[in-house]
Each structure stands twice: as C-alpha cells, then as structure tokens.
Design a protein around this ligand. Structure first.
Ligand code: UD1
Length: 415
C-alpha cells in the first residue's frame, strides 16, 4: 500500500511557491464546454482531480489535455455529448460542474447523481433549484439526473445557503440563458470570482461576483480563452501551517493575501507573526503558540478546507481551542487519527475541543479525505519519531506534490 513516512522534529524554513487553485481550475475547465474553439488555461495544478475532469471533458467530445504540468489546452469544436460517465462523476463530485454547461449548451444533460462522500451527504438540491428556476425540467431516475431545457430564461434565484458549487453551476448555465439572471445569497469565495473572470474573458456578462448578489446577462455564445487560474489558498495555507507547527519561518510565494486573510488573522491571534509581501506571505514563529477558537463559515469566514490543518496546529498550542465546523456534518475524521498520535481532542456534534498536549508522537495513521491527509502530515512534521501515513490517493487528488514542497523547506519525508 503506498505510504509516506515523516520524520518529526525538523524546523521548516525557506521559500516555496503555491500552485494554482484546484477549486478554481475545476469549474473553469468545466466551463470550457460553453467556450467555443480553443482555450488555454494556465497555472493549473498537476493533480488527480484535474486529470479526472479532463477525462470527463474528453468523453463529452472536447479534447482536453495537459500541455505541460501547469497548462491545459482545450479544443471545443465538436458536438457535445449529453451523458457524463458514471464512474468519473461518482469518483469526483466536482464533475457535476459539467451539468449546467451541458444543459445550457445542448438543451439536454444526463448526469449521474454524485452521491455523498466521507465528510457529508452533500446534496445537489440547490444546483437543481437554480436549473429549474431557469426553465429546466428535472427528472431523477435510475441514479441519474436528467435536465431538459429547450431554452433557458433568466430569473431571480435565491440560494438557501451560499453553496460554492451551486453558485458556479447556475452562473455557468445562466451565461447562455435569455435575459438577466440574479443569484441572491450567492457564495463569495475567490474561486467564484475566478470562474466569473474566466467566463467574462470568453464574452460572458457577469456582475457582482465576490458579493452575495451576482447578475448574469445571457449572451448567445462564448468563445475560447487564455486564462491563468488564481493561486491555491488552501495549499498556501497548509504550507504556512507547516512553518508554524515546526516553529519555523516559511514564506509562500505567488499567493493572494486577500484570500488568505481569514487564516492569517487566526495565525496572528495564536501568536505567530505574519508578514505580507505583494504576492507572498511569511509566517514566523515568535516563541509562543496559543489556543484560538475557530468557526468554519462561507468566505470571508474561516474556510472549512483549512479546518483539519489548523486542528493539527492547535494540538501543539497552549490552552484549549474550540473548533466549530458549520459547513459539513462529518468533517472531524482527522481528529480520531490525530488522537492516535497523542492529541487530546473531544468531538461533540459540530464541535471539537482541542486540549493542550505535551507532545505528539509518531504513529501509523490513515488518510480519510484530502484535507485530513494534510493535517496528518503536518502533525507528523512535529511529532516525536516517525509517522507513517496511508491512503495517499486522497492526498494526490488535491495537492500538487505536497511532500516535495515540504522537503524543499527542510522536512524529512520519504516513501
Ligand atoms: C466546494 C469546494 C470544497 C469546499 C466547499 C465549501 C470545490 C471543488 N470544492 O465544495 O473544497 O469544502 O466548497 O467551501 O470547489 N449543499 C446543499 N445543497 C446543495 C449544495 C450544497 O445542501 O445543492 C450543502 C453541502 O452539503 C455542504 C454545504 O452546502 O454542507 C457547502 O457545500 P458547497 O458550498 O456546495 O461545497 P462544494 O461546492 O461541494
């Protein structure tokens, strides 16, 4: 079984570069279904989830491939197929991003229901609510969602929760709808703005992305683009925590500091120094690490995708931290593995109480999901002795060579 062993106790220091954002790249690649002709998307991270999205696009009739490790070229010149493949959509929820674009482009889409995953049930009701409001008829049968719409017509759509995926899917579909669509209580994550900017480059008319009200004025067609994806704020945050947890001094380059603000504020509150350059963030350990309370929230709140990593950090802090997870119902699986490393954590429904631990100790642990994997590796960097992490497939889905980046900062990790 593939595994990674980490020798704990080495202080990380130096400079490392953040890759492009996975969560921005995935919907932007799906949006290429809407973009006629050739698109070149740069600053794409090299990782498994992107490979899955490229396979989905190829099966749908586009040609989509890595040109080099960070550039993807997409040719959208043939008729788009209507049916997305079961195995790929069910192996990666983000494949459901193709639903809105296929429906808007061809009038008919048949997509497997993505199902839940280990962090939560993850329904798609808000995506469907938006499609229905735009005029699609929806039929769910035999594990597939069928979307039919001779024509989409702009309307007002209020999201009961600012879902990232629903905002993106509806925004993409609305680009080719007739007239004006207003998405209220839209998600405000930076990845939404990145998708909107990519679509605007292709000729879409979108206003208000990054706010809770997004207005899309439909156009007849969109054209291919050249576009560079934003930096990955979750990868950057993980690397900053690697510096913090090892009492080190780490600079992450090619970041957008505004996107890192919710994390940086908590690191400062915990006693770390944060220095921001134009496109870089540096974290410096100043001799103390104090407990802090965290509540995950939609952006600009603290990101759920950083909850596991900050829990690893807080295991080494002075005092008791309370972490409240409000986005996903089952996102504390890493707590059980951290406890195997000596962490003292009590979980109760949406809360995790992280108590002061004298030291973490290396152990064999299992990755249950992407960010949990990052948390266990971070804990391994500071634990006494060796930590062996299993379940690397989860890590490789969403991190572009994290072990190598940590090695470049002085971490000792071997396969
Ligand atoms: C995206 C990110 C993921 C991140 C999450 C929250 C991608 C590829 N993934 O996932 O890394 O953790 O945002 O920031 O960008 N919900 C519903 N009905 C829906 C849709 C969502 O109830 O139709 C619920 C979900 O079950 C969840 C919450 O809303 O509890 C947030 O989900 P959402 O914002 O949609 O996350 P994703 O787009 O799936």
């Amino acid at each position: 079984m593939p595994k990674l062993t980490i020798e704990g106790g080495h202080t990380l220091s130096g400079t490392v570069t953040a890759s492009g954002s996975k969560n921005a790249a995935l919907p932007i690649l799906a949006s290429c279904i809407l973009l006629d002709g050739q698109s070149t998307i740069t600053n794409i991270p090299y990782l498994k989830d992107i490979v899955i999205m490229l396979r989905v696009l190829n099966i749908l009739g586009l040609r989509a491939e890595y040109h080099n490790n960070n550039t993807v070229k997409v040719w959208n010149q043939k008729k788009i197929k209507h049916i997305a493949p079961y195995d790929l959509v069910t192996s990666m929820r983000a494949s459901f991003f193709v639903a809105g674009p296929i429906m808007a482009k061809t009038g008919y889409a048949k997509i497997p229901l993505p199902g839940g995953c280990c962090i939560g049930s993850r329904p798609i009701d808000l995506h469907l609510k938006g499609f229905k409001a735009l005029g699609a008829s929806i039929n769910i049968e035999h594990g597939f969602v069928e979307l039919k719409a001779a024509k989409l017509v702009g309307t007002r759509i209020y999201l009961d929760f600012p879902s990232v995926g629903a905002t993106e899917n509806i925004m993409m579909a609305a680009c080719l709808a007739e007239g004006e669509t207003i998405i209220e209580n839209a998600a405000q994550e930076p990845e939404i703005t990145d998708l909107a900017n990519a679509l605007i480059k292709g000729g879409a008319k979108i206003k208000g992305s990054g706010t809770s009200i997004i207005t899309v004025y439909g156009v007849r067609s969109l054209k291919g683009i050249e576009y560079s994806v934003i930096p990955d704020r979750v990868e950057a945050g993980t690397l900053l925590i690697a510096g913090a947890i090892t009492k080190g001094d780490v600079t992450v380059e090619k970041v957008n500091n505004n996107h890192l603000e919710p994390l940086n504020q908590k690191l400062i509150e915990a006693g770390l120094e944060i220095k921001q350059g134009i496109n870089s963030t540096r974290v410096i350990y100043k001799g103390v690490l104090n407990a802090v309370n965290i509540e995950t929230l939609p952006f600009p709140g603290f990101p759920t995708d950083m909850q596991a990593q900050i829990m690893a950090l807080l295991c080494t802090a002075k005092g008791t931290s309370v972490i409240k997870e409000t986005i996903f119902e089952n996102r504390f699986m890493h707590a059980h593995e951290l406890k195997r490393m000596g962490a003292v954590i009590k979980t109760e429904n949406h809360h995790a109480f992280v108590y002061e631990t004298e030291h973490l100790s290396g152990a064999e642990v299992k990755i249950t999901d992407l960010r949990a994997g990052a948390a266990l590796i971070l804990a391994g960097l500071v634990a006494r002795g060796h930590t062996t992490v299993y379940g690397l497939k989860h890590l490789n889905r969403g991190y572009d060579n994290l072990p190598q980046k940590l090695r470049s900062l002085g971490g000792i990790l071997f396969v």
